[in-house]
Ligand binder design. Structure first.
Ligand SMILES: [Zn+2]
Length: 342
């Protein structure tokens, strides 16, 4: 087994075990391996590292070298938001979510009126490699209090209008338990309005809420038979493109049983709670003010739908329907979502 192979295996074993960082430290002629644990750095004695490991480790994209020490950071691996990547969430949104959920505990709010999308997004939001203790609850306060004592990686909870249950969820989240709260609501701002309607205290929301995600599914266009066409005047206005821009229409072929449609596509909007939004939440600012702040640099569901329509992944009609449902915010206010969704 070569040095690179065994370093790979070490890193993989560390990722599987949920270890946040591996240190390689030159020590005389040898190299010591240390892993970050709850109680500090623990030496790994079962492997003998050579000087070549330091160079191999240094070459890893998530490694930093300073003098005789190389530290491999395993917390900020792409794999942390791997579940959301699989659902098709754009990279910029996943990065914002990762940043907002680095600290332990807190609430990840998930909004959807589609039960399949809600379930999938809640699970994906806490997906990570290695074995995890994830508890799914449906609306029992006593059960929530027990689960909160059980060293969970996350508690997935469907929230209704039960004030006591919601307040308890936010309370546990403030104390370091990661709560994923699913709400039957069409978008992020509607979900926040539900929390307020249930009289969850605004300072508690401001303090504990880390990120809010809304998801909805639309029929995906069959890529084998979709037909390029020029956007008509009204369509181009709603999509924010020039008239005549190429869009795609469904046709139907053998691959899609003649329907023109394939697998559903999931659309997202994500709001990471930054200090400005936290202040607005604590002040009880109305949702229009919250939305203005939240969507300056991130697309709404309607903005995400426009991007997917321009890419030919969903129909223009679907994008227009979603924009109308969202109150048809003018395209000019959408902050060029295609630039923000790398
Ligand atoms: Zn087809």
């Amino acid at each position: 087994m070569g040095d690179a192979d065994s370093l790979d295996q070490l890193v993989q074993a560390a990722v599987d075990a949920g270890i946040p960082a591996v240190h390689l430290v030159r020590d005389g002629d040898g190299v010591r391996i240390l892993v970050r644990t709850v109680s500090g750095l623990a030496p790994v004695r079962s492997l003998t590292a050579t000087g070549a490991w330091l160079d191999a480790a240094q070459a890893l994209p998530n490694a930093t070298r300073r003098a005789d020490r190389v530290v491999i950071d395993l917390v900020h691996q792409e794999s942390r938001a791997g579940g959301l990547a699989e659902l098709g969430m754009p990279g910029a949104m996943r990065t914002a979510i990762e940043r907002a959920t680095l600290a332990p505990g807190g609430v990840i709010l998930v909004a959807s009126e589609d039960d399949v999308a809600l379930t999938a997004t809640m699970a994906a939001a806490v997906h990570a490699p290695g074995e995890r203790h994830i508890v799914e609850l449906c609306g029992d306060r006593a059960d929530l209090d027990i689960a909160a004592q059980m060293d969970c990686d996350a508690i997935l909870l469907r929230g209704g209008a039960d004030r006591a249950l919601l307040a308890a969820a936010f309370d546990h989240a403030q104390r370091g338990v990661r709560i994923v709260l699913g709400i039957d609501a069409p978008d992020v701002m509607a979900a926040i309005a539900r929390l307020r309607a249930a009289r969850v205290e605004r300072h508690v929301i401001a303090f504990a809420l880390r990120v809010a995600i809304a998801a909805r599914r639309e029929q995906g266009l069959c890529s084998a038979c979709r037909r390029p066409a020029q956007a008509m005047g009204s369509e181009s206005a709603l999509l924010g493109v020039d008239p005549g821009t190429v869009i795609y229409r469904p046709v139907g072929c053998a691959a899609c049983d003649g329907t023109g449609f394939a697998e559903p596509v999931t659309l997202f909007e994500t709001v990471a709670v930054d200090p400005g939004l936290r202040r607005l939440l604590a002040e009880g600012g109305d949702v229009a003010i919250l939305a203005r702040h939240a969507f300056v640099g991130a697309p709404t569901l309607a903005g995400s739908a426009r991007v997917l329509a321009r890419e030919g992944r969903i129909t223009v009609d679907a994008a227009i329907r979603i924009a109308r449902a969202a109150g048809a915010a003018p395209v000019a206010a959408a902050a060029h979502p295609h630039l923000l969704m790398a």
